[in-house]
Design a protein around this ligand. Structure first.
Ligand code: FES
Ligand SMILES: [Fe+2]
Length: 339
């Protein structure tokens, strides 16, 4: 098994061993070691009207989660019946309690076991194990997150950047579109491309014209990375917030583009783009315009790396200390979680 240690001094460090991307065993291990221990975006808090089932990271973790919204309060529970394991709520609905469609076990909206037919005489029943497990959840602005077994509270995953970002008024946002991109590359290759602006002058010519590359900054936090792009008048053109391991929140003058990176196989990734707009009139200008073109340019380089990383001759590379702090920090987090 490879050793994923990454030196903390970027000037001495070497990039992640390519086995992390190429060996199926690490892809599987990353489920429990990285994704189960971190937070996942599961939708917006505003859309929850009573009972809403979701699968956490569908196609990868596939954890059935039930979001309940009662009296304006949102909570998450396991959506699996504690009797023989049927999914409890299959479709979004309104109800006063939860009743399993298999043998009629009933639960309260707080996940408490209520009743079960034909169970007279069963010993030590019901017990706490018959209740639905509560799943940790968190709300940030109108975004809703859940975690199976978090290494830390959600607040430790969003940095001091939150203060800066609150200026962007996330509460006025309206979801106007969603779109999925299929990328033929490992999920981490997609993320690490996002985490450096180094490639902008080489890969994104129109984006490069909209920002002032020399003033681009990267701040690393415990479990997140914030990149800031300025325009030629020194106004903020974009904040690019990455929350480990797979969530991107891109703040533009018109609103927020949320990108969720969903691993499918070691060489296939789905990236969901959710576009939340607060000021439609600013949509066609600056770093936040033409995002589809930028995405195509990124996909082309990431897919090329996917092919290159399999080379027998490729060995871990080095980092630019001034331009690749984000990618270095991301690799260090992967090494830490993979332990
Ligand atoms: S599986 Fe739910 S009541 Fe039997
Ligand atoms: Fe890019």
């Amino acid at each position: 098994m490879a050793d994923f240690e990454i030196e903390s001094d970027i000037r001495k460090a070497r990039t992640l061993s390519s086995e992390f991307y190429t060996d199926e065993r690490y892809f599987e291990l990353s489920k429990e070691k990285i994704f189960v221990r971190s937070w996942q975006f599961i939708g917006t808090s505003h859309g929850v009207n009573n009972l809403k089932p979701v699968f956490m990271l569908e196609g990868f973790l596939n954890e059935p989660v039930l979001i309940t919204g009662t009296n304006g309060r949102v909570a998450c529970y396991s959506n699996v019946c504690t009797h023989r394991g049927k999914i409890l709520v299959e479709k979004e609905c309104k109800a006063g309690l939860i009743r399993c469609g298999y043998h009629g076990r009933r639960f309260s909206l707080e996940g408490k076991f209520l009743s079960m037919p034909e169970f007279e005489g069963v010993e030590d029943f019901p017990s706490e194990q018959d209740d639905l497990t509560r799943i940790r959840s968190a709300i940030w602005g109108k975004f809703l997150f859940a975690s199976i077994d978090p290494i830390g509270a959600f607040t430790t995953f969003i940095p001091d950047a939150e203060v800066k970002l609150s200026r962007m008024h996330p509460e006025d946002l309206k979801l106007v579109s969603t779109r999925d991109y299929e990328v033929r590359a490992h999920w981490a290759l997609y993320c690490e491309n996002y985490l450096e602006g180094f490639h902008i002058p080489f890969v994104h010519h129109s984006l490069n014209a909209a920002i002032e590359y020399s003033t681009y900054t990267t701040d690393t936090f415990r479990y997140s990375i914030l990149q800031t792009a300025f325009d030629s008048e020194k106004n903020i053109a974009a904040y690019y917030l990455f929350i480990f391991p797979n969530m991107m929140f891109n703040f533009y003058p018109w609103g927020v583009s949320v990108n969720i990176v969903k691993p499918i196989t070691p060489d296939k990734t789905l990236v969901s783009f959710l576009t939340f707009v607060s000021d439609e009139s600013k949509r066609e200008t600056g770093a936040g315009s033409n995002l589809d073109k930028v995405e195509m340019e990124d996909e082309a380089v990431v897919e090329s790396v996917q092919r290159g990383i399999h080379s027998r001759f490729y060995k871990p590379g080095r980092y630019s200390p001034s331009r690749e702090q984000g990618t270095h920090h991301f690799h260090r987090l992967i090494a830490e979680f993979m332990g």
